[in-house]
Design a binder for this molecule. Structure first.
Ligand SMILES: NCc1[nH]cc(CCC(=O)O)c1CC(=O)O
Ligand SMILES: [Mg+2]
Length: 337
């Protein structure tokens, strides 16, 4: 090729050159479409019995179960970073579990006492709770088990008592994660009847029967004792069904709709965002956290960049709120940016 030919090619007229908007950090930031902010995040936290104790979840490096006193300290540190909302889960000894999840309504028990203690010390913190039987169930299922079946309507009764007990303890927002049919409406009515009209419900609307919950079940020792959760959690192959779930939860009074997991379900997040006027949340689950941590520990990818890229992707897909175990690390990075 002669010099003349090369010149001809490089000066060929191209009015549209998307690279012009990528040429400097100043321009790239100016035209950036999606931005992460610490207020996007909800931090899921694990509480366990005892005092002065914390144990790391083996499959979730950097994530700990805290005894209530140390959890209060951790929440204080997170509030300083600008994280305002916490999703609380209890790790209970096997001896406290039974068929009916009785411990979930024990006002002197670990979970309800911890909600009270957090709200007493940090009234400004928004406490989201988990409504499902599995952390308290000797069967390790989200609903009541009878003869190997997960009963729907009988479970609603237990869940709504649990919900009212949590609201009574001071919870700001309830997160039914069980996937029983009709539980949002049933719970809404029970809450209103008990005078908790302003306690919100973030429904796990499209929750899939996913392999990515493994590390969470380690954290709580809550794996199902038999079978799987496929008769209540959704089939990962289904997309339209998420719209049916969204329609029902909306009609039943959900305040926020959630998709779970997040990264393998970005299309579902986008679908609900486009078909609902409600805020959409996405749960970046334990297995999604563990994958990035494990690869980073092996030196196989840059953990910080993979974390921020993943969170950005979840927001870009349409999530207004992201529940993530990365909340604290991401908040630290955003604060230093
Ligand atoms: N009600 C159960 C529940 N609530 C939140 C999670 C998973 C969260 C995570 O993996 O981070 C699960 C696991 C399951 O359905 O077995
Ligand atoms: Mg449903």
């Amino acid at each position: 090729m002669t010099t003349h030919d090369a010149k001809q090619m490089t000066t060929s007229f191209q009015p549209r050159r998307p690279r012009r908007n990528r040429q400097s950090a100043a321009i790239r930031e100016m035209v950036q479409e999606t931005r992460l902010h610490v207020s996007d995040f909800i931090f899921p936290v694990f509480v366990m019995e005892g005092a002065g104790q914390r144990t790391e979840v083996a499959s979730m490096p950097g994530i700990f179960r805290y005894s209530p006193d140390l959890l209060l300290d951790e929440i204080g540190r997170c509030l300083d970073l600008g994280i305002t909302t916490f999703d609380l889960f209890p790790n209970l000894p096997e001896a406290k579990k039974d068929k009916y999840a009785t411990e979930s309504q024990n006002t002197e028990g670990l979970y309800l006492q911890t909600i009270q203690r957090i709200k007493a010390k940090y009234p400004e913190a928004c406490i989201m709770t988990d409504v499902a039987m599995d952390p308290y169930s000797s069967d390790g299922h989200d609903g009541l088990v009878d003869d190997g079946q997960i009963l729907n309507d009988e479970t609603l009764e237990i869940l709504s008592k649990m919900a009212v007990a949590q609201a009574q303890a001071g919870a700001d927002m309830l997160g039914p994660s069980d996937m029983m049919d009709g539980r949002v409406g049933y719970m809404r009515q029970a809450l209103d009847n008990a005078g908790h009209k302003n306690v919100a419900i973030m429904s796990y609307t499209a929750k899939y029967a996913s392999a990515f919950y493994g590390p969470f079940r380690d954290a709580l020792d809550s794996a199902p004792k038999f079978g799987d959760k496929k008769t209540y959690q959704m089939n990962p192959a289904n997309r339209r069904e998420a719209l049916i779930e969204a329609e029902l939860d909306t009609a039943e009074g959900a305040d926020i709709l959630m998709v779970k997991p997040a990264l393998a379900y970005l299309d579902i997040i986008s679908l609900l965002r486009q078909n609902s006027q409600l805020p959409i949340a996405a749960y970046n689950v334990s297995g999604e956290y563990a994958m990035i941590k494990a690869a980073a520990q092996n030196g196989w990818l840059d953990g910080e960049r993979a974390m921020m890229e993943s969170l950005m992707a979840i927001k870009r897909a349409g999530a207004d709120v992201i529940l993530t175990y990365f909340a604290k690390e991401a908040a630290q990075l955003l604060a230093n940016a």
